[in-house]
Design a protein around this ligand. Structure first.
Ligand SMILES: NC(=O)CC(=O)C(=O)O
Length: 257
């Protein structure tokens, strides 16, 4: 199973429309992959709080339409990262969108843990309240977004719901880069699952992004890691490795609580 992680640059010098078109082209170039992943809030940048309201869209908005077409043209499952969603209740959410190879919006996930310590996302956006798993032909994905990575109980919940690989779009800052890789590996080891963590590159709202998108296998080994700039990480996963790791080192079976 081949996965492509598109670590797109979110520099504010580029318009949202241009970045949306460029993201579509990058997705189309991944034809041949089974799964393509974009990062968190890549239309605006995760820290450009003042843009969230203006760029908020419904689940059939301009980003969703562009990504639906790109998924269909490339014939891939597309985790299109997250967008600022304007919910039916008028509230903003940080919502991830997953498209099937025929371009249908198959799943969406509203970020549960909001970042900002009482400002930014934490006050501008509502919290999701639903765990989402995505059964692909090869692997069942569990969805999480950026700050969610710090909350292991969410990942346990996803494993209990059948997840074998976690897909985590993010806009992780360079100054906490050490946490990013450590947490990605920890979530892989403790859940004996793949981790596909896709970050953004560039600097926006004064926040330098770490990049360093990373794919970790169920044993905790880093299979591939990006640098700091815009880059597409292409990696082959072995879906059987999840069951094999869980059978040969049965730590998940030995849970008591
Ligand atoms: N931006 C986030 O959601 C999370 C983050 O920056 C962190 O350090 O955690």
């Amino acid at each position: 199973m081949r996965a492509s992680l598109i670590q797109i640059d979110v520099d504010p010098g580029e318009s949202v429309n241009s970045r949306r078109e460029r993201a579509g082209s990058l997705v189309r170039e991944q034809r041949g992959s089974d799964l393509v992943v974009l990062p968190e809030l890549w239309t605006t940048g995760a820290f450009a709080y003042e843009l969230f309201g203006d760029e908020a869209e419904k689940l059939d908005g301009p980003t969703a339409r562009a990504m639906s077409e790109a998924a269909r043209d490339a014939g891939v499952w597309l985790h299109a990262g997250s967008v600022p969603e304007r919910g039916e209740d008028g509230v903003l959410y940080n919502t991830s969108l997953v498209f099937s190879p025929d371009g249908a919006l198959a799943h969406s996930y509203r970020k549960i843990h909001r970042f900002g310590f009482d400002k930014g996302e934490a006050v501008l956006m509502g919290a999701g309240d639903r765990l989402v798993t995505v059964p692909l032909p090869e692997l069942t994905l569990g969805l999480a977004t950026c700050y969610d990575l710090r909350f292991p109980e969410l990942f346990r919940g996803l494993v209990d719901a059948g997840a074998q690989a976690f897909v985590i779009p993010a806009g992780w800052p360079e100054r906490r880069r050490a946490h990013w890789t450590l947490l990605a590996r920890a979530r892989a080891v403790e859940n004996q699952a793949y981790v596909l963590a896709c970050g953004t590159a560039g600097t926006h709202a004064g926040v330098e992004q770490a990049g360093r998108s990373v794919v970790v296998d169920p044993w905790g080994e880093v299979l591939a890691e990006a640098g700091a700039g815009e880059e597409v990480l292409v990696v082959d996963l072995a879906p059987g490795k999840v069951a094999e790791t869980r059978a040969t080192f049965p730590a998940l079976r030995d849970r008591v609580l």
